[in-house]
Design a binder for this molecule. Structure first.
Ligand SMILES: Cc1cc2nc3c(=O)[nH]c(=O)nc-3n(C[C@H](O)[C@H](O)[C@H](O)COP(=O)(O)OP(=O)(O)OC[C@H]3O[C@@H](n4cnc5c(N)ncnc54)[C@H](O)[C@@H]3O)c2cc1C
Length: 437
């Protein structure tokens, strides 16, 4: 029997890298076990639209089992990997199950990096999965309800200040979407809360927003945000976050009941659990073929990996997609007895939207702004979404918002108590501990 017939490949992670790795292997009729702690692929680039009530959570999620319907050699396992022994080729799940493999692709993505800023973990909201987006949306809607019932202007001002930390694409897109919400939804839904009373502050520690973009596009994004009354501050380093305020290195304190942390990313904690060598932000070190040094049967791809010699590759969807496919292709080569090939990134461009009819895009030498960039952004995101039904629903939602200036339904769904300093959302580590214990 050939090795390609009996080998079992395990892929950890149902994000962009894992999805594309699994598809590639399954198309080659390799036995694949796809493992993820949640049962769906989540389209993270549209998470901020869920957080701002533009889209519903299920519109950007697609069940892993539906993706595998067409692939008889691939199976899915709902399990959270909490450890393993690469030397013995086994993984251990939170339920205590041991999963053996012949080849492993780690595609577990990332989690928020707090850079040691006090309170960033407990007092700020992050945006890394659907639960984060749901909690943030509920909190925002509750804060607006509370402000509507308040008479004291100072207390109302703090309630209505939304601070976003991090001027990368996530922070910029979140600020743009909140500004839209303020302009088009607040005046319609609320009687006492006015759009003018809602303050949005975007803080970036570096000198400029959107560091990967050209100076012209960075400046354009800044102008578009300022034009939408977002208070954009560069060189603004946050030193502490509490449930009621954000403190800056300059000594300034901004009273705010909502702080969104969009400042950085580190590798998913599973990298430490597996005891593999890690680099910057806990990412698994891989050689240029995406193989983990010392373990020729283990590969890593996407946000979780850092490639020797290509450390500056951005943690974006295209890198994850291409690395997932490449890791799978190298697994197939290895099974056929052929040498692995080095990964080469083909940059297809970058884009960020700043709300309705405003976006910046960089495609090769071309720089696009304004409405054309926005339509391009819409088209690219629709094409990348998984599932025809999701594409259709998102398209209808966007068309509806465009024509009516209205957002999605703004129901507060869920029973979690309102967030206070003492009961801030569970961190990734808390969730893992809950699962294990
Ligand atoms: C809010 C936000 C907006 C973004 N916007 C853009 C954008 O506009 N354009 C762009 O190109 N990129 C964007 N990105 C970045 C892009 O989404 C990531 O680079 C990409 O998702 C990385 O893919 P991945 O497969 O490596 O990881 P992920 O997509 O994060 O997937 C990782 C998967 O691993 C699973 N997992 C983690 N740990 C375990 C474990 N221990 N056991 C089992 N399963 C586990 C997770 O549940 C998850 O499903 C954005 C990211 C965020 C968070």
């Amino acid at each position: 029997m050939k090795e390609t017939d009996r080998a079992r490949v395990v892929v950890v992670g149902a994000g962009f890298a894992g999805l594309h790795a699994v598809r590639r292997l399954a198309k080659a009729r390799i036995r694949v076990l796809w493992v993820d702690g949640r049962n769906y692929h989540c389209f993270l680039p549209l998470l901020y639209q869920v957080a701002t009530a533009g889209l519903e959570p299920q519109e950007i999620a697609y069940p892993a089992r539906s993706i595998l319907r067409r692939f008889p050699t691939a199976e899915f396992r709902l399990a959270h990997v909490v450890g393993g022994d690469p030397a013995a080729r086994t993984l251990v799940t939170a339920a205590g199950e041991r999963i053996g493999y012949d080849r492993l692709i780690i595609a577990a993505g990332g989690a928020a990096e707090d850079f040691g800023v006090a309170g960033a973990r407990d007092s700020a909201f992050r945006l890394y999965d659907l639960e984060d987006a749901r909690l943030l949306r509920n909190h925002m809607l509750r804060v607006l309800e509370e402000a509507e019932a308040l008479e004291d202007p100072a207390a109302r001002a703090a309630l209505l200040t939304f601070v976003i930390v991090g001027g990368g694409p996530t922070g910029v897109e979140m600020a743009g979407a909140l500004a839209e919400f303020r302009t088009h939804v607040v005046p319609r839904d609320y009687r006492k809360v006015t759009a003018e009373a809602v303050r949005i502050v975007l803080l970036e520690a570096g000198p400029e927003l959107l560091p990967p973009f050209t100076p012209r596009l960075r400046e354009r994004a800044r102008r578009d945000l300022v034009g939408r009354r977002v208070d954009v501050r560069s060189g603004a380093r946050v030193t502490r976050i509490t449930p009621d305020a954000v403190e800056l290195a300059t000594g300034e304190t901004i009273s705010a009941r909502t702080t969104v942390w969009a400042a950085g990313i580190r590798a998913a904690p599973v990298t430490a659990d597996l005891g593999l060598a890690t680099g910057k932000s806990g990412r698994v070190r891989v050689d240029p073929t995406l193989r983990v040094p010392g373990y020729p049967e283990v590969f890593a791809a996407g946000d979780v990996a850092i490639v020797d010699g290509a450390e500056r590759l951005p943690q974006v969807a295209q890198v994850a997609i291409q690395q997932g496919e490449h890791a799978a292709a190298n697994v197939l080569r290895g099974l056929r007895g052929e040498p692995c090939l080095p990964f080469q990134y083909r940059d297809k461009g970058s884009m960020a939207t700043i709300g309705r009819s405003h976006a910046v895009a960089m495609i090769g030498r071309f720089q696009v702004t304004g409405r054309p960039a926005w339509f391009l952004w819409l088209a690219v995101h629709l094409v990348m979404l998984i599932g025809f039904r999701n594409r259709l629903v998102v398209l209808v939602n966007w068309a509806w918002s465009y024509l009516t200036y209205d957002f999605g339904l703004r129901a507060i769904v869920g029973t979690e108590p309102e967030r206070t300093a003492g009961n801030a959302r569970a961190t990734d580590t808390d969730r893992r501990q809950t699962r294990v214990g």
